[in-house]
Design a protein around this ligand. Sequence first.
Ligand code: ATP
Ligand code: MG
Length: 332
Amino acid sequence: MTLLNVNDLVVRYDTEEGPRHSVNGVSFTIEDGVNYALSGESASGKSTTAKAILGLLPDCAVIESGEIEFEGRDLRSMTAAERRDFLWEEIAFIPQTAIDALDPVMTVGAQIRQAIQTHRDVSDQHAQRRSRELFETVGLDPERIEEYPHRFSGGMRQRVVIAMALALDPKLIIADEPTTGLDVVVQDQIIDNILQIQEETDSSLLLITHDLSVIAEACDEMSVLYGGQVMEQGHVDNVLLNPSNPYTMGLKQAYPTQDDDSNELISMSGEPPMLDEAPTGCAFNSRCPFADEECETTQPQLEKLPYRNQRVACHHTERATRMRKQADDPST
Ligand code: ATP
Ligand code: MG
């Protein structure tokens, strides 16, 4: 069953410098039980896409077009407030700046109880018991639940936010860079914790991260965004092992690996595009070694590769793939 369907989403911010098109026709589908990753470098539109789904865009943002459906229900026809109420029950959101999400003058226990009781008509006793359970689930000591946020480390506070997000047994967990700013060991623990909970609760995951190793470990399917466009999407193994869009190839190469002696195919020089106009061509064209006139004028559509479950938006998929294979294995 399809849990979330985003189709041809276009989001614009109206800024003092003029309009900025941050999401330019993003489409993807998350099936029940699938862990989905949204990746791509900074400013590619990942958080904007998540906020559009959740009805959390700021006032200066406009959804120009596209469809967003959760279990077949059209979210765009709801007001932002209706959508938040509806989704609160279904989707848990762990925001990019989760650490700021806690109230410094309330104990963390009181904040988790409040998350439960705002949406469920349950006794104080029940909320108390449930909040202690959640605290344990995220690996925190329930004896410390009546302490204030400043008594906890960054990683522990992030766990508190995860506990709050899980209070209502969501069907989908959207986690936007849930480990930003935490040290590497804690990052691993938090990701493991999210995965463990998500497995226990049988929910799906939309994980926003630029960390390809986390994606390889945690996710089944992925979309790679650039300049608000989906460059490539499909099964994680296909996209990461056989990238067929020059941008994905570059992203992989820019990503440090332990045994990286492969020939450099794409260098990721240059800056992401300024999106004051809705782009007419491929968002990556100014940085892409394969770009020609068509790439400047015509936005490539996502097209399924004939031989595997993978979709690529590029006018030069075949040539780029051939060159990547040669670079990977010069004997071919
Ligand atoms: P990161 O990896 O840095 O979190 P991202 O992929 O999540 O990046 P977004 O936060 O979605 O990127 O931003 C996409 C583009 O939209 C960027 O160019 C950003 O500057 C712009 N943008 C985001 N929020 C606003 C806003 N409130 N007003 C104006 N422009 C915005
Ligand atoms: Mg972001």
